[in-house]
Design a protein around this ligand. Structure first.
Ligand code: CA
Length: 223
C-alpha cells in the first residue's frame, strides 16, 4: 500500500512518515502543493494524506484537481482548520475523511486502515439509496425526484449517513464528523438534528430510511 503525504511542516511529515513506515506502508512526502498535486496525479497511490494550508497550492485546490483528472484516490484531509464549514467543505469536495491537528497517531492509523479497507472503488458523486438521491457536487438532495430543502448541516449529516449506509453510526462519530462540539455534555443535539432531518426526508414518504439503533445511534438503510 502506497501513501502520499502532502504536508509542509517537516516535523509532522516526518512523524507521519516514520509511523506509517513502521506499519508497513510505502510512503512519499511532498512538501508543497505543486509537488503534492504532481505526485498525486502521476503516481500510483492508494491514499493521499493532504494538509490544507500549503505553500504554492492549497489542499482544496489539490483535491479539486485530483478529481478533475479523473483520479479516485482516497483522500484524508489533515488540518489545523477546525470549523464546521471546513469539515463540510472537505467532505463535499470528495475527501474520504477529515482529521484535525493535533491528532494521535493511533487515530490517524485507524482512519487510514478504515479508508484502505473500503478499497479503491470510491463512491460516485451522486449517491442513491432507494428513491433518495444525493448529489455531492451540486449539493442537492431529492427523494422520489422531489428536491429536499436541507440546511448545509442537514446535508452534511445526510451525506455522512448515506456514505456509510448500512453502518450503525454512533452519536460520537456523527458529532466528530459533522459538528465541532463537545458532546459529552449534551448529545441531544444529534437527536434533535436527526429528528429535523427525518421530518424533511423521511416523514413525508412511506418508506423510511433513517433508523434508530438503540444504544448506539443511527443507521441509514433500505429495509
Ligand atoms: Ca500546513
Amino acid at each position: 500500500m502506497r501513501i502520499l503525504i502532502v504536508e509542509d511542516e517537516k516535523k509532522t511529515a516526518n512523524y507521519l512518515k516514520k509511523g506509517l513506515l513502521e506499519n508497513g506502508y510505502v510512503v512519499d512526502v511532498a512538501e508543497d502543493g505543486e509537488d503534492g498535486l504532481h505526485l498525486a496525479t502521476t503516481g500510483d497511490y492508494d491514499l493521499v494524506i493532504l494538509d490544507i494550508m500549503l505553500p504554492e497550492r492549497d489542499g482544496w485546490s489539490i483535491i479539486t484537481e485530483i478529481r478533475r483528472a479523473g483520479r479516485q484516490t482516497p483522500v484524508l484531509f489533515l488540518t489545523a482548520r477546525d470549523s464546521v464549514a471546513d469539515r463540510v467543505k472537505g467532505l463535499e469536495m470528495g475527501a474520504d475523511d477529515y482529521l484535525v491537528k493535533p491528532f494521535a497517531f493511533s487515530e490517524l492509523l485507524a482512519r487510514v486502515r478504515s479508508i484502505l479497507r473500503r478499497g479503491p472503488a470510491r463512491q460516485p458523486e451522486v449517491l442513491k439509496i432507494a428513491d433518495l438521491e444525493l448529489d455531492l457536487v451540486k449539493h442537492k438532495a431529492s427523494r422520489a425526484g422531489q428536491r429536499l430543502d436541507l440546511t448545509p448541516k442537514e446535508f452534511a449529516l445526510l451525506s455522512l449517513l448515506v456514505r456509510r449506509a448500512g453502518e450503525a453510526l454512533s452519536r460520537t462519530l456523527i458529532a466528530e464528523q459533522v459538528w465541532d462540539m463537545n458532546f459529552d455534555s449534551d448529545n441531544n443535539v444529534i437527536d434533535v438534528a436527526i429528528r429535523r432531518l427525518r421530518r424533511k426526508m423521511d416523514d413525508p414518504y412511506a418508506r423510511k430510511l433513517v433508523h434508530t439503533v438503540r444504544g448506539v445511534g443511527y443507521v441509514l438503510e433500505e429495509r
